[in-house]
Design a protein around this ligand. Structure first.
Ligand SMILES: Nc1nc2c(c(=O)[nH]1)N[C@H]1C(S)=C(S)[C@@H](COP(=O)(O)OP(=O)(O)OC[C@H]3O[C@@H](n4cnc5c(=O)[nH]c(N)nc54)[C@H](O)[C@@H]3O)O[C@H]1N2
Ligand SMILES: Nc1nc2c(c(=O)[nH]1)N[C@H]1C(S)=C(S)[C@@H](COP(=O)(O)OP(=O)(O)OC[C@H]3O[C@@H](n4cnc5c(=O)[nH]c(N)nc54)[C@H](O)[C@@H]3O)O[C@H]1N2
Ligand SMILES: [Mo]
Length: 900
């Protein structure tokens, strides 16, 4: 116990803390300038200095620990005068225009509070740098507090800002030595967020208009679930900034969360319902649009039966909206034909986790990153696709010396930071994972206690795995046997070991089995049910976990239970019978459409046509449909080609609700502005159509919490998660009652299915997609930091300047052999189709391997990807396609067509 007094007030502290923390917890305040709670104390500005009895000089509060008996004064006349002197000195560096233009910056606020006028003129030796599309650099306003340097190093781990010279010559420069635009900056904006002056500011289009209010909400991009505040100016989203108290993002964001909001006010944002006749769209009233949908759905159902209709929920919309989408399919249409884009990414993970462990979701939380000694990243690229989690992983490795193993055919940025990079051939996950298990077993590294208590089919597994020697695997996957041994030993002994996996594991013909083989490793090493362990799919979109969990899946209802398991409960709450016929998943829907049996689809927030593999097959399927409704913010490619009716939806900023992130955390989404024109929240549209179709009484809700409360009724594992409780912070299911704190770690003492989980014996079945003389390369497809999936949203933001176009990554040796030049056009051809794009010569891909992103509608990469699917849940095999590459003349590239 430490006893001290602050300004005469007695205080008892249980733990060692800094004077600043003690002062603030006692309810006093001292101004700070270089301090940021996300960072280790810098202690350079001295503004937080306080008087301590017996000390000859003031002490710097942010970096001095308290000690027993301290007598602290924060507000004596001499210390106030000292601070004023410091501030007056800083004021001389600040220009009036910057002071007025950026009123929220910390130093500017302090100057206002102390009635000090800035007197600095822009220093002429510092040039304004606007080379970066998102961040404006004006080092004439820099006060050398070093916060930008520290936050880039300590939070993002990018090390962009460097300090040159010392003393009065000190200045801060990007790692390029010249401009930020040419540096290694990833546009996360952390430096802008922490900068207390106008030295680093956002280059948002609306800069200049002042923010009238801030609304706290959850990011609408990936499954990490960062919390942010959006600033509203003149009724538009004008800024975003991180929420420090967020349990996931802890005051950090990536370039999409922080800067990717301007799509919301794009000029082609749709505001009225539309009908398409031939190639022309005509405006409709909501009444007419909903009437048309109701009439067509009823006509098709009467002629072909309810299973000729299907609904796709949206991984971008809220839980409440997805709940209603599947309820609509089942109650109003009378079909289980309902799915969402979880099908194409992590349904394999959900299926494997559910089958083996009893819950189809991540076993642990992002807070387990910092508890782990070994982190195994398998087929995922989190520094680009889940950047805040990627940064947390890299920081933990850098700071604590934890081991990092990355299994990826490409040299990703995270792989560069890894202790071991298992650079396997695409499509060979099973041999690698089996060989890792083999080493763990043969080297005697198994957690026998865990296996005895909690694992089944151990003997059979032992016999099976004997044959999977590292030498055998090396021949197939190309990873040296010694590296496999090293990785296995790390994972099994440098515990606790956590794994994060991505689409490099799931989007294969053996995707589900791949995840099962990864779960085997956790089971035999006891890396489950404890802090710093587990199997954690890095879920894709903001609410893809939620969309499927809500029941946008043909075979499961809300809470991810099989239909027959809770049929009675749902029938009583919904006051309607549930359909008896088995529903089709998205891929089967495409087959059914191709076969002429599926006739109509309602597609909510999902650009299916360009993003499913093998575009020509998808086009054929769509051609057979009689009636398609697309509900989105924009006229998507699917809408252009296939929709009869377009319904304009409200965006994430324009409605209330909840999203569920990759660690089962349900977080609030809050309305900040009104939808444009006549656009409506998805849930309102669904309710209105249900009413038209005679089910008004079953879809009568006043608000999103109303819907959520019904969800709590049908999903007992979420019964304790009320809107009131989630107001402060999200909750992780299971959370069964109001006093249940929620669940950070699943399977602590038991698995969802019982005390034991059975190991799986997975044989390797190579994909039918193999290279040949004609198609000698393996193409893998994926993502880039600055763009998101179909590009519908990010291509309408300034991120487009950072990543304007998809390119084909090829290694130097292959490029030279094929006479392909960096930046020059090539034709990429597979057995299914071809595209033209520019080559990008890089060492991130190995010989015989290619990589491309699929964000650019002018290129339409999925014309090349193939028809094969996961053998259990049918996710497309996006990760391997045999292709050939030929150089083209520059003029042949279709670069003239305009992008949204
Ligand atoms: N910036 C950005 N972020 C996103 C998205 C986006 O479009 N842009 N999309 C979101 C969505 S929907 C999703 S699902 C997630 C996806 O996030 P990730 O799972 O990280 O997705 P990918 O980039 O498709 O693939 C991950 C890695 O798998 C590797 N890989 C390819 N083949 C194999 C293989 O055979 N074995 C192994 N071990 N690895 C292989 C690739 O080289 C790639 O680095 O990202 C989400 N976040
Ligand atoms: N080659 C290749 N292709 C792939 C993949 C790959 O790795 N390689 N990955 C696949 C994966 S994992 C995925 S998830 C898919 C992604 O499939 P996409 O369709 O590309 O998904 P998104 O771009 O995330 O967004 C879908 C739509 O939701 C809309 N939207 C956003 N918010 C709302 C809302 O509140 N309401 C409504 N109604 N609409 C909204 C957006 O405008 C956008 O049009 O792509 C798949 N395609
Ligand atoms: Mo995804």
């Amino acid at each position: 116990m430490i006893r001290l007094t602050i300004n005469g007030k007695d205080l008892e502290l249980r733990k060692q803390e800094t004077i600043l923390d003690a002062v603030r917890s006692a309810g006093f305040d001292v101004p700070t300038l270089c301090f940021d709670e996300r960072l280790d104390p810098i202690g350079s500005c001295r503004l937080c200095s306080v008087e301590v009895e017996g000390e000859s000089h003031p002490l710097i509060a942010c970096r001095t620990p308290v000690s027993d008996g301290m007598k602290i004064k924060t507000d004596s006349p001499s210390i106030e005068a000292f601070r004023r002197t410091l501030l007056r000195w800083e004021a001389q560096k600040i220009s009036i225009s910057s002071y007025l233009g950026e009123p929220d910056k910390e130093l500017h606020q302090l100057l206002r509070a102390h009635d000090l006028q800035p007197s600095g003129k822009r220093r002429r030796d510092k040039k304004l740098d606007i080379s970066h599309p998102l961040i404006r650099v004006d080092m004439s306003q820099c006060i050398d507090c070093l916060r930008c340097v520290h936050i880039c190093n300590e939070v993002q781990g990018q090390f962009v800002w460097h300090v040159l010279d010392r003393g009065t010559d000190m200045h801060i420069v990007p790692d390029s030595g010249t401009t930020l635009g040419t540096s290694s900056c990833v546009g996360c904006g952390a430096c802008v967020d922490t900068c207390p002056t106008g030295a680093l500011t956002d280059r948002s289009e609306t800069n200049g208009s002042s923010i009238s209010r801030w609304t706290r909400t959850t990011c609408a991009y990936c499954g990490v679930g960062c919390e942010l505040e959006v600033g509203i100016a003149a009724g538009r989203v004008a800024r975003a900034r991180p929420v420090i108290a967020s349990p996931v993002s802890k005051g950090h964001l990536c370039s999409k969360g922080r800067y990717g909001f301007s799509f919301n006010h794009a000029s082609d944002r749709q505001e009225r319902p539309l009908a398409k006749v031939g190639r022309t769209w005509t405006k409709l009233s909501w009444d007419a649009a909903l009437d048309r949908c109701a009439t067509e759905f009823q006509r098709i159902s009467a002629t072909h039966g309810p299973d000729a209709l299907a609904v796709l929920g949206s991984a971008r919309a809220t839980n409440e909206e997805n709940y209603l989408a599947q309820k609509f399919a089942r109650v109003v249409l009378g079909t289980n034909n309902v799915d969402c884009c979880a099908r194409v990414c992590h349904t394999p993970s959900a299926a494997a986790l559910k089958t083996m462990l009893g819950a189809g979701a991540a076993t642990n939380s992002f807070n387990d990153i910092e508890a782990a000694n070994t982190i195994f990243v398998f087929g995922a690229n989190p520094l680009e696709n889940h950047p805040v989690v990627g940064a947390r992983i890299r920081q933990h490795v850098l700071k604590s010396g934890a081991q990092l193993i990355v299994a990826d055919p490409r040299l990703t940025e995270l792989a560069e930071a890894a202790s071991l990079h298992l650079r396997l051939r695409p499509g060979t996950n099973i041999p690698l994972l089996n060989a890792l298990a083999n080493v763990i077993v043969t080297d005697g590294l198994v957690d026998h206690q865990f296996v005895r208590d909690r694992v089944a089919e151990w003997d059979e597994f032992g016999v099976f795995i004997k044959d999977w020697t590292p030498e055998r695997a090396e021949k197939i996957c190309g990873v040296p046997a010694d590296s496999i041994r090293q990785a296995a030993r790390l994972y099994a002994t440098a515990k606790p070991s956590i794994s994060f996996h991505g689409l490099g594991l799931t989007e294969h013909t053996q995707g589900t089995e791949g995840v099962m083989a990864l779960i085997n490793l956790a089971l035999i090493t006891g890396n489950l049910g404890k802090p710093g362990t587990g199997i954690n799919p890095l879920r894709g979109q903001n609410n893809v976990q939620g969309a499927a969990q809500m029941g946008c899946d043909p075979s499961t209802l809300t809470g991810s239970v099989a239909i027959d398991e809770r049929r009675a409960l749902f029938e009583s709450v919904w006051n309607a019978p549930l359909p008896r016929s088995r529903g089709h998943n998205l891929m089967a829907m495409m087959d059914e459409a191709a076969a002429g049996r599926l006739k109509a689809m309602w597609i909510i927030g999902y650009d299916v046509l360009p993003t499913l593999a093998n575009v020509s097959a998808t086009r054929r399927a769509f051609r057979n449909l009689e009636f398609v409704v697309v509900q989105d913010l924009f006229i998507t490619n699917t809408a252009k080609v296939a929709a009869n009716i377009f319904l304009p939806a409200a965006s994430v900023f324009e409605k209330d609700g909840t999203f569920m992130n990759a660690e089962r955390r349900v977080q609030r989404v809050r309305k900040a502005i009104e939808p444009p024109g006549e656009a409506r929240a998805d849930w309102r549209i669904i309710c209105a159509l249900a009413e038209r179709m005679g089910h008004g009484s079953r879809f009568r809700y006043d608000s999103s919490p109303d819907i959520w409360n019904e969800i709590r009724e049908v999903w007992p594992e979420a019964a304790g998660m009320t809107y009131e409780r989630m107001e402060q912070q999200g909750l992780q299911w299971p959370c069964r009652s109001q006093d249940d704190p929620g669940t950070e770690i699943l399977h602590k003492s038991e698995f969802g299915r019982g005390p034991r989980a059975a190991l799986r014996r997975i044989e390797f079945q190579p994909s039918p997609e193999q290279v040949s003389d004609e198609f000698p390369f393996l193409l893998s497809t994926g993502r880039n930091l600055y763009q998101f999936n179909s590009g519908t949203m990010t291509m309408r933001t300034a991120n487009r300047k950072l990543r304007p176009v998809d390119v084909l990554d090829i290694c130097a040796a292959d490029a030279e052999r094929l006479k392909v030049k960096d930046g020059r056009p090539v034709r990429l051809r597979s057995r299914y189709g071809s595209v033209r794009m520019k080559a990008h010569v890089t060492s991130t891909v190995g010989p015989g391997e290619l990589f491309a992103t699929f964000h650019d509608r002018r290129i339409d990469l999925n014309r090349v990807t193939g028809p094969f699917r996961d053998n259990i849940v049918q996710a497309p095999e996006y990760k391997v396609t045999a292709v050939c590459v030929t150089p083209l003349e520059k003029t042949a590239v279709a670069a003239t067509k305009s992008q949204p």
